[in-house]
Design a protein around this ligand. Sequence first.
Ligand SMILES: Nc1ncnc2c1ncn2[C@@H]1O[C@H](COP(=O)(O)OP(=O)(O)OP(=O)(O)O)[C@@H](O)[C@H]1O
Ligand SMILES: [Mg+2]
Length: 370
Amino acid sequence: MANYIAVSIAWTIDVRPMEVREIEETASKIISSLNKAIIGYEKELKLILVALLSNGHVLLEGVPGIAKTTAVKGLARLIGLDAVNEIEIDRIPYRGLSRVQCTPDLMPSDITGSLIYNPKDLKFEPRFGPIFSYILLADEINRAIPRTQSALLQAMQEREVTIGDRTYRLEYRDKGKFFFVLATQNPVEYEGTYPLPEAQLDRFLMRIVMEYPETLEEEKQILRLHMARLREPIEELDKVIDPDWIIAAQESIALNVKVPESTLEYITRGIRYTRPEMFEPLRDLLLLGASPRAGIYLMRAAKVHAALRGSEEVLPEDVDAVASAVLNHRLIPNPEKLVELRMSGETFTSSYRIAREAIEFALRTARKEL
Ligand SMILES: Nc1ncnc2c1ncn2[C@@H]1O[C@H](COP(=O)(O)OP(=O)(O)OP(=O)(O)O)[C@@H](O)[C@H]1O
Ligand SMILES: [Mg+2]
């Protein structure tokens, strides 16, 4: 028999008010714990936490072997979700952390679930797929066929899934159940992949690009960390928070962190200046700029960033810190510029670099006018 631990916990929480001070302290504990097991990437780890506390999903992009999976597992461990096989809410069993390896033969029902026949009771019963979890790691999402991708993206957006003729929720905020998807993608491989369509990329609050470690010293530290170990260092991390802390922090930030008029002006100008039809100087770089929806997400993420500094007021610096991750996958580069960069050797990162350049330019211009 499989080694199956059924941990059934009845979460009954009323979302308690939370001070930004507490959010700041706990968040920095989370980041510093993760940094014990993952060398470098402080900025990226913080962005992942910002996305989680904004109630958004993340597309993690990077070459193999740079701690993408490790970061997700580490985060799950700090929330005490990595070893949880089952938390039952409304008779739906949710896993703590599910991982799906995407391949071309992965069907939508392999993620969402299906009806199976129970010969004993002579009726069909739902078999809940891996999407019934708090944290879903969808590895190499661009290897799944478009039908499967769109089933996942739809569930991410709607936070519910239909199996047979019943619809099930993936999020129960009043019971501390959040739903967070991290999908990974390797930018180098194109063969046998199905790139996510631009229109669906924006289901992700952020695209976070992880590059190789910055310094030689960091590379050495990674080896030192693993020198006397066979196990993964993240397995030694202790739990820092419960899942319901996430919901309480999300709610408090949404309610209490304020965006002053000057920052609002900065965000809206920044967004408008990415639009080539409105702002001539960007025509070389972009074909399509940021939408009002992108602006909403930018504001939400900036609020969380402010809370992580322990502040109830969003400053332009908070916007700058999250802008590239929130906007880079929502802008469509000018194909001519793309070809030009690719010819010069920037094969894999060219679209990301163009987007970053455009975002920096738009924000710099907006900043001058404040
Ligand atoms: N910055 C780092 N700090 C500590 N360990 C690291 C770091 N980068 C990589 N490692 C180690 O390298 C191994 C590979 O990491 P991981 O499986 O997370 O990579 P990945 O990015 O998910 O790769 P893939 O795309 O192949 O799935 C792990 O043992 C991990 O602990
Ligand atoms: Mg991995």
